[in-house]
Design a protein around this ligand. Structure first.
Ligand SMILES: Cc1cc2nc3c(=O)[nH]c(=O)nc-3n(C[C@H](O)[C@H](O)[C@H](O)COP(=O)(O)OP(=O)(O)OC[C@H]3O[C@@H](n4cnc5c(N)ncnc54)[C@H](O)[C@@H]3O)c2cc1C
Length: 671
């Protein structure tokens, strides 16, 4: 029998959450004042959790490494947030959002969690509107929606291309109200360095004040980890430069199982890499696929001429363009899910049809949308719909009103005007569906330690649908954790304050100090980035968009080698008692070097293709689905949860079998 208990409540799926909430222990308001909760991370998941828990009366200590919660990576989210409101009257419903998410995740998520997510999605929008989040509105003043990949309805709420920022300002205001009241103690510029367990329970953390270098002990009755995803294990990704796995990895080392580490999302629409010295990739929001059409030249000679600068995209007539997503997936066209769109772009580029100098780019073209909108605008205003320059001018204005800031960002980075020339895009690492294993209550396998947002293995299975990460993070923080944590905390009302002079705190603190001293005194010859880049290259080449047994075995060996060299030869300049970004990076890369190996091991274990995890050995042969990913439900219908045992190679696999009672398991087709 599995050691994992998902604690999914009994009963019909539509009643599970309601019944569970009705049976959760409630902590009386006076007792809440006796209970401390640490929330590590104040992005959308942690910020919303901290604000809600404090509003309920708990004493919250919140930590982030930035100078303000407002600068969490969540701020980068551009496109939008999903909710089953059915404002467009296009047939959306809780069930449809649930169905799309389970199917989009290639049937590798926990059904009951996804249903709950769909259920609470509508509340999130109401909550955020009440906070003053300026969602886009339609002509009549109602909230507007657009479509994201993998769905056939419009359910994505957005605030231009800055949805994450606006939502984060909402959560931050809610937090600030509590900071003012003294219910949240905010520790900016503090990094969690380790978890402290006492008698098997999470009782606190060791944190480093990043400005002074001081190592601090903080205690609580429960610890919530909301520290985001680990896409930066690839070095190059669309994540913020500081995004890291360290907090999640530290709790993993203290007993929290790590689930599905190999489930990574490679986003199809990013600005292509321009050279070897690059340290960051930029996303072009998926919302652009509402209006942009993706294509490459249909004739290889044209692609070569474009790469050599002898032709431009606009020189190619319609008949010489291959709108390959529309061709291969007529039902969903440019709005197929991200994994499908990414693989299709790679397939075309690998076949020699790429359109930039590296051969790794496809076009995202808005000319048809500009024409379409321009004609509509001309018609509405009684103007000449055949006047070409007028139509382009009017259409451009519409596109600018929808995506202006994204177009501006693209032009600033590439120095090309995307209103005139199609954008060039290519897939890049973007999001990690894997993460800390949690049960239905969001508790990890360490008692009293919870994980929320991108840090947990979440509801997205093997592939996340666009605009669903913000939904999940805010669902966790505003609507799930504040209830479910009550069950645990109700038993803590007699515990009293947790002292920080316990031996467990001293031991954890000593280990942290030892690691810091090691880095400062190692005096090697190579920078931290040197090792991070090498790790990233192995990850991208062998554990990236497509994976095979040989490459994965090589990756496991190579990552271990890089890790060994890192400890022998890394050089960290500066001191430990001051602001030292190199030292911060060293600790984070040390953890990436362990995670990377487990990641490859997990990918090797899963000899099936599902969602973002594409194994070259597991592909459909013949028939309508020829060449598409082949899932293996007989052997791999489980969550892979890894237990730490020292070296990543020694990690022990535990399987949580996935039951599907309300959705029929099917071949995922977007044709
Ligand atoms: C460019 C981009 C665009 C995106 N657009 C969308 C979108 O349109 N819609 C959508 O749904 N999703 C989108 N996503 C995904 C989404 O933004 C993220 O999944 C989500 O914001 C993660 O939120 P989070 O609260 O879990 O973590 P984060 O926002 O990453 O916050 C992590 C927090 O943890 C803190 N932290 C981390 N480690 C430590 C530590 N050791 N000690 C102390 N603090 C720590 C950080 O300071 C921060 O406060 C996008 C992602 C990217 C990269």
């Amino acid at each position: 029998m599995s050691v994992l208990d998902s604690k999914v409540p009994e009963g019909p799926i539509k009643d599970k959450w309601t019944n569970h909430k009705n049976n959760i222990d409630v902590v009386n308001p006076a007792n809440k004042r006796l209970i401390d909760v640490i929330v590590v991370g104040t992005g959308l998941a942690g910020g919303s959790a901290a604000a809600s828990l404090a509003e309920m009366g708990y004493n919250v200590k919140a930590f982030c490494y930035q100078d303000s919660p407002r600068r969490a990576h969540s701020i980068a989210a551009q496109g939008g947030i999903n909710a089953a409101k059915n404002y467009q009257n296009d047939g959306d419903s809780t069930y449809r959002l649930f169905y799309d998410t389970v199917k989009g995740g290639d049937y590798r998520s926990r059904e009951a969690n996804v249903y709950r997510l769909a259920e609470v999605s509508a509340n999130i929008i109401d909550q955020c509107v009440a906070q003053g989040v300026p969602f886009a509105r339609d002509y009549g003043g109602l909230l507007d929606n657009r479509s994201f990949g993998g769905v056939l309805v419009s359910r994505t709420f957005y605030a231009k291309g800055q949805t994450g920022q606006q939502l984060l300002l909402g959560a931050y205001s809610a937090m600030n109200r509590q900071i003012n009241k003294g219910k949240i103690r905010m520790f900016n510029r503090h990094e969690m360095m380790d978890l402290v367990k006492v008698d098997g329970k999470a009782r606190g953390i060791i944190a480093r004040n990043l400005v002074t270098g001081e190592i601090e002990r903080h205690s609580a009755h429960a610890v919530v980890i909301a520290t985001g995803g680990y896409g930066n294990v690839f070095f190059l990704s669309t994540n913020a430069m500081g995004s890291n796995v360290s907090a999640a990895w530290k709790i993993h080392k203290k007993g929290a199982f790590f689930a599905n580490p190999c489930y990574t999302q490679i986003h199809p629409t990013c600005i292509p890499r321009s050279g070897d010295d690059q340290a960051k990739l930029t996303l072009m929001s998926e919302s652009l696929r509402n209006d942009g059409r993706i294509w490459v030249p249909a004739i290889k000679e044209d692609a070569i001429a474009i790469r050599e600068g002898k032709k431009k995209a606009i020189d190619l007539p319609e008949k010489d363009r291959d709108y390959y997503l529309e061709r291969r997936y007529p039902a969903f066209g440019n709005l197929v899910p991200r994994d499908v769109a990414s693989r299709a772009a790679k397939e075309r580029c690998d076949a020699g049809f790429g359109v930039n100098n590296t051969g790794e780019a496809v076009y995202l073209d808005f000319s048809a949308a500009i024409q379409r909108y321009g004609k509509t605008e001309a018609s509405i205003n009684g103007l000449d719909t055949e006047d070409k320059s007028l139509v382009i001018k009017l259409g451009t204005a519409v596109i600018e009103s929808k995506y202006g800031n994204l177009f501006q960002m693209y032009e600033k980075i590439t120095d090309e005007n995307p209103y005139v020339l199609p954008m060039k895009i290519y897939p890049a690492v973007h999001y990690t569906m894997g993460g800390v294993w949690v049960d239905y209550n969001l508790m990890t396998t360490v008692e009293g330690c919870y994980a929320a947002g991108e840090a947990n293995f979440s509801e997205h299975g093997a592939n996340r649908l666009g605009a669903s990460a913000l939904m999940q993070g805010l669902a966790d923080g505003y609507f799930v954790l504040p209830y479910t944590i009550g069950n645990y905390l109700a038993k803590e009302i007699r515990t009293g304050e947790i002292p920080t002079d316990l031996p467990e705190f001293a031991e954890a603190e000593a280990a942290v100090k030892k690691q810091i001293d090691f880095f400062i005194n190692n005096n090697g010859t190579k920078t931290v980035d040197h090792f991070h880049r090498r790790l990233g290259k192995v990850m991208w080449d062998k554990v990236g968009m497509s994976r095979n047994t040989k490459g994965l075995n090589e990756a496991i060996v190579e990552i271990k080698q890089i890790r060994e060299e890192f400890y022998k030869d890394v050089r960290v300049l500066g001191t430990s008692d001051s602001l030292n970004p190199e030292l911060e990076k060293a600790g984070r890369v040390a953890d990436f070097l362990e995670l990377g190996e487990l990641f490859a091991k997990d990918a090797l274990d899963r000899n099936e293709s599902c969602g973002g995890h594409f194994r070259e050995e597991s592909v459909e042969v013949g028939g309508e689905q020829d060449g598409e990913a082949l899932r293996d439900d007989v052997n791999y219908r489980y969550v892979a949860a890894w237990e730490y045992k020292g070296e990543p190679s020694d990690a022990v696999l535990h399987k949580e079998a996935l039951e599907f009672n309300d959705i029929e398991l099917k071949q995922r087709s977007y044709k």
